[in-house]
Write a protein that binds this ligand. Structure first.
Ligand code: ATP
Ligand code: MG
Length: 380
């Protein structure tokens, strides 16, 4: 078994055994061309530790939202294989945003970035998905300007709360469920659903994020393949290298609910990764006695090894007795009151920060076509 932890091992196109291409939103080519014509910035705009001045390729005609000169980096929010996520301030609107900065790596990651950008653009249609305000590129970097989820991640909330009561589980899981159902209805499978990729906004509502491993255009194509995700959250059919579909996300959802309820994973990590993965494929999780009967049944229905019999696939999760007190219309309208008001990450003291953008690589020649995007709410 060749498990690639959070690695983009094959292209989304390769994932679709039906041979279907992932679809991507078309925008005008000239926008991207505009973004990569040359213009250097003054040292005042982004001083670089007394070293040589960076050259950023942007055109004077570029709309302000697509020019990195209008973003001031203040602090790192996260770091990964892809690059970095930075807290930034957008000068034109004086608004905090999260900027995901990815080196182009000679175009190696372009297919994944396309899928990610496509879903981030859909974010404006569902309140429980992280959305992009703009996406654009410089000579050697791809930039995604995202709404800043100021309340941290569900992962840190679970760590703080240890095991949550039913009221909290109901709130968080119902908002995630609405977000997931929205994605699945559009033919999108997330493939890396875990508390670290579920953010909280400043009121404490959910934002599903990190669409770097999504598979798009999956409606009526039940046969995705390739091992993607994070051990502990990956569905058994993926680990068995069987064809899989959106049911895999419902497994990961079940793992998250289990974690909220108990503070642990249903299959806790082991020293021997192979053994850990075999446990996920073949063994049953332990359900602590403290779980109420409805919550226990919900978990049992979600953590079914056979995907076609899993809750979320064979029947609508909204109809499960655990959610009998939930008004789903209110959930969809974001009208439930969050049970925890997140402790806001302070930005005091960051106002004068101006971290330099990563250096441009003059040898980078790849261009991701049709990547420039501005959300309608972000137009000047
Ligand atoms: P890796 O490939 O290493 O797993 P990643 O693909 O998981 O990285 P993201 O999950 O998108 O990248 O971002 C990494 C971290 O940055 C997140 O776990 C979160 O802490 C922070 N982050 C990302 N987007 C936002 C956002 N919109 N608002 C606030 N924080 C964010
Ligand atoms: Mg992530």
């Amino acid at each position: 078994m060749d498990l690639k932890k959070k690695k983009r091992s094959s292209s989304p196109e390769e994932d679709l055994s039906a041979g279907k291409r992932t679809c991507c939103r078309k925008t005008s080519t000239t926008e991207d061309e505009r973004c990569i014509t040359k213009r250097s910035r003054s040292p005042e705009e982004h001083p670089i530790d007394g070293k040589e001045e960076k050259r950023i390729r942007v055109d004077t005609k570029t709309p302000p939202s697509l020019s990195i000169t209008n973003y001031r980096l203040m602090k790192e929010l996260g770091k990964g294989n892809f690059g970095r996520v930075m807290l930034a301030s957008y000068a034109i609107k004086d608004q905090l945003v999260a900027v995901k900065i990815m080196p182009k790596k000679n175009g190696k990651e372009f297919k994944y970035v396309r899928g990610e950008a496509q879903v981030l653009q859909l974010g404006r249609e569902c309140p429980f998905l992280c959305r992009a305000f703009t996406t654009f590129q410089t000579q050697s970097h791809l930039m995604m300007v995202l709404e800043y989820a100021r309340g941290g991640t569900l992962e840190s909330l679970i760590k703080k709360q240890k095991n949550m009561n039913s009221q909290k589980i109901l709130f968080y899981s119902s908002e995630i469920a609405v977000g997931l159902q929205f994605l699945h209805a559009k033919g999108i499978v997330h493939r890396d659903l875990k508390p670290e990729n579920v953010f909280l906004d400043e009121q404490g509502h959910i934002k599903i994020g990190d669409f770097g491993l999504v598979c798009t255009n999956t409606v009526e194509h039940k046969t995705l393949s390739g091992i993607y995700g994070t051990p502990g959250y990956i569905a058994p059919e993926i680990l068995s290298e069987d064809p899989y579909d959106a049911a895999a996300d419902w497994w990961s959802f079940g793992v998250i609910v289990y974690e909220m309820a108990t503070g642990n994973l249903p299959f806790p990590p082991e020293r021997n990764l192979k053994h850990h993965l075999k446990t996920i494929i073949y063994e049953k999780p332990r359900y602590p006695k403290s779980l109420g009967p409805e919550l226990r049944d919900l978990l049992q229905q979600l953590l079914k090894k056979t995907p076609d019999t899993r809750l979320g696939v064979y029947s609508n999760i909204r109809d499960h007795p655990f959610y009998s007190s939930i008004d789903w219309v209110k959930v969809e309208r974001k009208q439930l009151v969050p049970p925890v008001k997140p402790k806001m990450r302070s930005v005091a003291g960051l106002c004068n920060r101006n971290i330099p953008f990563p250096k441009e690589d003059p040898r980078e020649t790849s261009v991701l076509e049709n990547f420039s995007y501005v959300d309608p709410s972000w137009q000047e």
